[in-house]
Design a protein around this ligand. Sequence first.
Ligand code: PLP
Length: 439
Amino acid sequence: MTKLLHRTIGATLPRAVSGQGVTITDSDGRAYIDGSGGAAVSCLGHNHPEVLAAMTTQMNAISYAHTSFFTTDVAEELAQRLTALAPDSLDHVYLVSGGSEAVEAALKMARQYFVEIGQPQRRHIIARRQSYHGNTIGALATGGNAMRRAQFQPILPETHHVSPCYAYRDLQTGETHAQYAARLADELEAKIQELGADQVMAFVAEPVVGATLGAVPAVEGYFKRIREICDRHGILLILDEVMCGMGRTGTIFAFEQEGVVPDLVTIAKGLGGGFQPIGAVLLSRKIFAAFRDGSGLFQHGHTYIGHPIAAAAANKVVEILTRDGMMAHVNAMGDRLQSGLETALGQSPYVGDIRGRGLFRGIEIVADKDSKDPFDPKLKTYAKIKKAAIARGLLCYPMGGTIDGVHGDHVLLAPPYICTPHDIDQIVDRIAAAINDVT
Ligand code: PLP
């Protein structure tokens, strides 16, 4: 009997024994195409030789040095690399060990910023319903996924939520995208007024919603309206790119496609590519300056921040992401995935929407395409699709359930960026077959 507490107790899981490129092989010799990079993590696939070599070099030099005693070349280099890729105003980097830690650090930075600049009354966080920002207490409270929050609600700090930008379901008949963006902006403005504009600290959002909605980008102009509102009220904009960042949507940062620059941005999954657990917060010059000119420290820290082996892996991952036309390849493969899915599944009465950007694509499954009525949650359609895909040798990331009163099933695809056209075609064939098996 296992002594390991698994996510689902009693589940019989295959044992992963090796990984190569886009493929994971289990102890029975079965090979799976990693069509979701785990949970949008393995951006360079498995066992990338250059990343392994960079980690080995660092391990042979020094594996760990506490950040209260030392800095390291690899951590400094990573901060340089990330700030060089970011807009000029995002000019410092804080390293952590994963996505939830990045979100927690960003929230604490926002709070400390206002304390440092003499606005300690600012304490409210506004985020969006049907969002996911992590599983630690602060990140969970920020997320708007009622299902994940339910039993922990009594111990979560107070946060506030407005509607997500989810055109497939919420765009009204006859409404343009610009009108929809304005309606959502008005809702945020009203929430800010209700809480008191000088009491609000930050607005938090995923530029492309991952786990809770399945690769849903905002409509054009939405983030520009949000940025204006935050600026008008002196509120910090935190963009959570833990899932959609690091090239996943075809640009290194997803916000580049929105024409806005956040005050804080969180990244994780694709940063370490699964080779090491690592995350980061990029913070703006004004936040850094407030810390430097104020208390002179950021009142935070974990034992493993700036871990040298993680930083070495991330340096190599970022180097590879930014060379040899990798982003152009992500866009080309993303277009191929989108059009392949549309051809294979566009006629299905059970596929309501196929969407996303770059190699970050979502398929929304419905019981009726015209009414957009979802399948009965009891059917657990998403779980059945996952099982059918695995039976066909494909790993995908389906989610479902009732989130804030809205039920939906969707499948997230996030293949490694190193995938070939042939890999994409295999993913399309297998996911289409799995969906058709179940619906
Ligand atoms: N933020 C977003 C947008 C995520 O998708 C996730 C994880 O899926 C997290 C935060 C939490 O990251 P982690 O699981 O590394 O703690």
